[in-house]
Design a protein around this ligand. Structure first.
Ligand code: ARG
Length: 232
């Protein structure tokens, strides 16, 4: 079938990596969060059916989209040039920086990048947080052996609480969420000025409908209601 996708053309099957609260996480076995509600509202408003969510490794999202296993990525994914070579993004729906998380009340309380010298740093594999830690390694601030890559950010923060890593670099709203619920706090912010978009295949013309729907959800207050629900 031409343009064969994961579902029929009426159905948009979404995928995420559900360890990134409050954007997406699991609660009683169910995937919930801001991205989940926003993506479902946009798919619905655009006149399509919402398929069953897939919870994938972050690095598997783009390949799975291009394999037609899923039709839309909603995963707090930053719009990045190397990703734009592989997929299309919707108009941006969020802006974020990266935050440096450390153990609360510990001896290690860096106030800027130079204070990270010689520390053990972690991030989720394949993310922009990992890119920041890679940059610090390239700049000679940290050693390759001290760069720890995790399958998801919950595992990274658990390792931070356990003292196996000194700092974790993660998107600002997610860092704030961890800081509110765990024994970690934000020591400083790296201003990356990232924008999140939802991903779709480059040949999927339903993208325009999703963009129109996202604009409508902003105009009619649905977007603001979701922000209040998940971030305040
Ligand atoms: N914004 C970052 C990126 O695009 C991190 C996204 C991680 N998302 C997730 N659902 N785990 O690389």
């Amino acid at each position: 079938i031409a343009g064969c996708s994961s579902g029929s053309d009426d159905t948009i099957v979404p995928g995420t990596n559900a360890a990134f609260a409050p954007f997406e996480y699991k609660e009683d076995g169910e995937i919930v969060g801001f991205d989940i509600d926003l993506a479902e509202a946009a798919i619905d408003r655009a006149g399509y059916e919402v398929g069953d969510w897939s919870d994938l490794k972050f690095g598997s999202l783009i390949p799975s989209l291009n394999n037609n296993d899923i039709d839309l990525i909603a995963a707090g994914m930053t719009i990045e040039p190397d990703r734009q070579e592989q997929i299309d993004f919707t108009d941006p729906y969020w802006e974020s920086n990266q935050s440096v998380l450390v153990q609360s009340g510990g001896d290690f309380q860096p106030e800027g990048e130079s204070d990270l010298e010689g520390s053990r740093m972690g991030a989720q594999k394949g993310t922009t947080g990992e890119s920041e830690v890679e940059r610090l390694r390239e700049e000679g601030v940290i050693a390759e052996d001290d760069l720890k890559r995790y399958n998801n950010y919950v595992l990274a923060v658990e390792d931070l609480e356990a003292g196996n890593v000194d700092a974790v670099v993660v998107d600002q709203p997610v860092a704030n969420n961890f800081a509110a619920g765990r024994d970690v706090s934000v020591s400083f912010v790296i201003e990356t000025g990232e924008q999140f978009g939802m991903g779709m295949r480059q040949d999927d013309d339903r993208l325009a409908d999703i963009n129109d729907a996202l604009a409508e959800l902003r105009e009619d207050g649905t977007y603001d209601d979701l922000v209040t629900e998940w971030f305040e």
